[in-house]
Each structure stands twice: as structure tokens, then as C-alpha cells.
Design a protein around this ligand. Structure first.
Ligand code: AHR
Length: 524
């Protein structure tokens, strides 16, 4: 682990005075210096029962004229398969702490309320089996969030028994009668959601007493998950950097350090939205460079927050057994005018593509501790991959970043050092460029490069050690304006383009367009 830290210490993102660095950035990539594995689960998604996230976004019902498989949209499934979604967190969010799973299984689905998100009717037609079917269709793992706020340990324990036991219990028979005789696989279990706020406004001590009970009794009985494939339990962690959150991390990690056989968990959740200030006021459309630079400055706070909570975790868990799980992150803007404010509807622009890349790079640089993350939220809500309107579907700029980053899933980080240069607008100065590098399982080297500057291209020169390049090429995502979006009327305004690098004297050279994200692979 120490070696990995040394390797990451080589990454130097240095700000220099404006204009001093021109628009050239030199990278040194040492392909022989391997770092931590970039866990595929950092590319996870979050799908809450919120607005049109689950209903309409995923579930249209078997009788819908929109092409579907057992009620699940075919177009959405195909798009998500392409980005190899590793896991989906469900059913919330705040919704999870008011969700009662029994209402979402079997032939009778009572209509209930969704008081958190617009007070609308929750039809419960997208329930446990439908969610697991959806995961099956996109080849993703389940990350279930159990109801700690208004549920009981027994309710959660029975849900897991219903899902996972292979024994002929009454619950297993009910599962079979509802169409799934074989036990389901549940890879991740979230014990509560924001328990310091919408999950019940608990103190850390009160939450810990709940965590101990839930982590003891909510078991996964799937015979295939008793050894290496064990379900990972994720405790509620911080939602910011203020003292109440550092104290929360301290309390939960201290409990973990002094754990006995009856208490264990494998991850600590962290939530952090790019919002600048609450309530969210930045527009997701029709903004300029000022809002572009303000939002990107704010998003880079993720790094400090990870450092802060990782340092606390290191005190109690120096071997980094507990993962920091950033299971809600992304841009949170003002609701689109005319939309239901409870539905958290926003557009997704080239700014969001840059924002996504910067955060994914931060997670990758902290891959030894950050082993899972879930962008909020997958479809039609906040920083979405996909927008739908009845039969129409649009892929967002953020989607294309996830598409380009697929080769980084489970790849091994390699050392990159560079002087990022500086981009300045008004009183905001940001690193002009950002980069990560990794080797995939086949040993191929991949580079992800971001040019934050919305006006100037960047000439990148890559000095490579440990590899003799023959060619390098990939894809790039840029747009005419920082606020360019893909809309239902113009769904292909922001799309990927091919790009290639010049290879000379063992070096790579390529030009990054303004406000762009690029991923290339190197052939040797
Ligand atoms: O993603 C929207 C909401 O943000 C989630 O339900 C909650 O956990 C967070 O506050």
C-alpha cells in the first residue's frame, strides 16, 4: 500500500501564473510504475424513485407502446449496456428510508405516496423483481439501500432472506411464486441513507446503535456469496466537511476499529454534490463562462473532502479495508423552469462532461480508498446519463464521458506527473489540464485527458517510460459552447469524435480542443 502512496505522490498538479504556461502541457507517464486498481464500481449509478428516474426512465410497463422487455425500456437498457454499468444503487436516497419492500412484490401493488419527491403517487409497479430484472438486462450488480429510518431490522432482514435464501423457507417460496425460484445476488447493502438528515436526523451514536443491529441481522444467504463474493455492507458516512461530519466519520470508524465478530462493514458512504450553495440556484442551461468556472471550482472540492475523510479513516483503518464509497455525487442545479421542483429535472451540458471527468479522475487518484461511487442520478434526475420523454431518449455529455472511461474499469493506475498550467476567468483560477493513466487487463495503456479551458486548445506532449509507442488514438468530446446540450430536438449536438496522437521519438503529441475530455489508448 505504501508503494501505491508513493506512486500517487508523483502526481503534481501545480498552478502557475496565468499565461506563464502558454497552452502546452507536458505529461510524464511511467507505465512501469503500477498503482492501485481503479475499481469498476467507481462508475456506479444511482436510481431513486424520484421524478422520472425509475418510472418512465426505466419502467414503462409491459403494455407500453415504447419497446420494452417485461416493462423495462429497451433503448435505455441498450445505452446502459454500452457503458458497462457496474452497479446500481436503489431505491434511494431519501426514498429508501420510507420504502417498504413488501408493497413492491407480488400481484397486489398498493399505491402509496412519495412524500420526499413531489408528494406524488408511488405505484409500486417497479419493485424488487423488476429492479433485479433490470440489473440482469444491463449486467449490473445490485446495491440495495435498506430502510433504517422508518423500517425495522426485521423488515430489512426478511427482504434479504426473500432475495437470497436457497432454503425452502416461506419467503423463498413466495419469491418462487413471484417468478424467481433461484436466489438473487445482492453485491452491496447500504445500511441507511443520510441518517444525519432525511434518513432520520440521527446523532452518530444513535445511528451506530442502528448500524450494529442491521449489520448483525440483515444477512445475505445466497450460497454463492458466502465466501469471496460476500455482500459488502456500507455504513452511512459524511455529507460534507463540517465538524459534524468529521465527528460522524470519527465515530463510525472508531466503532469499526473496535468491532467484534457481530459488527462489520466494508464501506463508509460519502455524499457530496456540486451545488455551490443551497438551495441549488445555478441554471443547467443558458449560462456562460462565469458559471462554468464557478461550478468547476466548486466540483474540485471533492478532492479536499476525500482527503479529509480518508485521513480520519486512515487513523482507524490504516490498511484501508473499509472503502470510501461516494455513493451520491454530481451537479445539482435549479430545476428546469416548468418542471415539478420535486422531480430534480435538469439539463446536462458540456460543463457536466468536464465535471464528470474531473471527479472520476479524483476517484481514480484515490483508488486505494475510493473503491465505489454512484453518480446522482442515472436517468432524468440531476446529473443524468440519459434523458427520456415518452418514446424519445437522449444521451447526455456525461454519458459520453462514462462511455470513454469504460477501459478504466478495473484497470491498474500508472504514474502520471504533469504541471497542469492554469486557466483563469474573473477571480477563479483552475488547473488548465487534468490527466490519469492506467493499464487494462491486457496490458494496454490508456490516458484520459481533460482541457478545462473553454477558449484555448492545449498541446499535450506525453513522455512515456516503460513502453515504446507505435500509435495512439481514441475519442474526444467537446462542444461549441460550455452550455451546449443534447436535447430531444437536437440529440447529437455533443457527440464523440475520433482523435489520434502523433508518435515521434517515443513521445506522443496531441491537441486537446477547448473544454474537452479525451481518452486514447497507446499501441506498442
Ligand atoms: O439525489 C437526491 C437526494 O439527495 C437523495 O435522495 C438524498 O440522499 C440526497 O440528499
Amino acid at each position: 500500500m505504501r508503494a501505491l502512496l508513493v506512486c500517487f505522490a508523483l502526481i503534481t498538479v501545480t498552478l502557475t501564473a496565468p499565461f506563464a504556461a502558454a497552452q502546452k502541457v507536458e505529461l510524464s507517464v511511467d507505465a512501469s510504475k503500477a498503482g492501485a486498481k481503479i475499481d469498476r464500481n467507481i462508475f456506479g449509478q444511482f436510481a431513486e424513485h424520484l421524478g422520472h428516474g425509475a418510472y418512465e426512465g426505466i419502467w414503462v410497463g409491459p403494455g407500453s407502446p415504447i419497446p420494452n422487455t417485461r416493462g423495462i425500456r429497451n433503448d435505455v437498457v441498450a445505452a446502459l449496456k454500452t457503458i458497462k454499468v457496474p452497479n446500481v444503487r436503489w431505491p434511494g436516497g431519501c426514498f429508501a428510508d420510507e420504502y417498504h419492500w413488501r408493497k413492491g412484490v407480488g400481484p397486489q401493488r398498493p399505491e402509496t405516496l412519495n412524500p420526499n419527491w413531489g408528494g406524488v403517487i408511488e405505484p409500486n409497479t417497479f419493485g424488487t423483481h423488476e429492479f433485479m430484472d433490470f440489473l440482469d438486462q444491463i449486467n449490473a450488480e445490485a446495491y440495495l439501500s435498506v430502510n433504517v429510518g422508518s423500517g425495522t431490522p426485521q423488515e430489512a432482514a426478511e427482504w434479504l432472506e426473500y432475495l437470497t435464501t436457497a432454503q425452502p423457507t416461506a419467503l423463498a417460496k413466495e419469491r418462487a411464486a413471484n417468478g424467481h425460484p433461484a436466489p438473487y445476488r445482492v453485491a452491496f447493502l447500504g445500511i441507511g441513507n443520510e441518517s444525519w438528515d432525511c434518513g432520520g436526523n440521527m446523532t452518530a451514536d444513535y445511528y451506530l446503535s442502528q448500524l450494529k443491529i442491521y449489520s448483525r441481522f440483515v444477512r445475505n444467504f445466497n450460497p454463492a456469496q458466502q465466501d469471496k463474493q460476500q455482500m459488502l455492507k456500507i455504513a452511512v458516512g459524511p455529507g460534507g466537511g463540517e465538524p459534524r461530519f468529521t465527528e460522524w466519520t470519527e465515530a463510525v470508524m472508531k466503532a469499526w476499529q473496535s468491532r467484534q465478530w457481530s459488527l462489520d462493514f466494508n464501506g463508509l458512504s460519502m455524499h457530496h454534490y456540486t451545488v455551490v450553495r443551497w438551495p441549488p440556484a445555478f441554471a443547467s442551461v443558458a449560462f456562460g463562462e462565469t458559471e462554468y468556472s464557478q461550478i468547476l471550482k466548486s466540483t474540485l472540492e471533492m478532492e479536499g473532502l476525500i482527503n479529509k475523510h480518508s485521513a480520519i479513516m486512515d487513523k482507524y483503518d490504516p490498511q484501508k479495508k473499509v472503502a470510501l464509497v461516494v455513493d451520491e455525487w454530481g451537479a445539482w442545479y435549479a430545476p428546469l423552469p416548468g418542471s415539478n421542483p420535486g422531480f430534480l429535472v435538469q439539463q446536462n451540458s458540456q460543463r457536466d462532461a468536464i465535471l464528470a471527468a474531473l471527479n472520476l479522475n479524483i476517484f481514480a487518484r484515490h483508488a486505494d480508498r475510493v473503491r465505489m461511487a454512484n453518480i446522482a442520478q442515472m436517468i432524468n434526475v440531476l446529473q443524468a446519463m440519459i434523458l427520456t420523454d415518452k418514446e424519445k431518449m437522449v444521451l447526455t455529455p456525461t454519458y459520453y464521458v462514462y462511455k470513454m472511461y469504460v477501459p478504466f474499469q478495473d484497470a491498474t493506475s500508472v504514474s502520471v506527473s504533469f504541471n497542469a498550467g492554469a486557466y483563469t476567468h474573473d477571480d477563479i483560477t483552475l488547473p488548465r489540464a487534468d490527466a490519469i493513466a492506467a493499464k487494462d487487463k491486457a496490458g494496454k495503456l490508456w490516458l484520459a485527458l481533460t482541457n478545462v479551458d473553454p477558449n484555448q486548445p492545449v498541446d499535450i506532449e506525453v513522455n512515456l517510460t516503460g513502453i515504446t509507442p507505435k500509435s495512439a488514438a481514441g475519442e474526444t468530446l467537446t462542444a461549441p459552447k460550455v452550455d451546449s446540450v443534447n436535447s430531444f430536438e437536437a440529440p447529437n449536438a455533443v457527440v464523440l469524435k475520433r482523435i489520434s496522437a502523433k508518435v515521434q521519438g517515443g513521445k506522443l503529441a496531441l491537441k486537446l480542443e477547448p473544454k474537452s475530455v479525451t481518452v486514447i489508448s497507446v499501441e506498442q
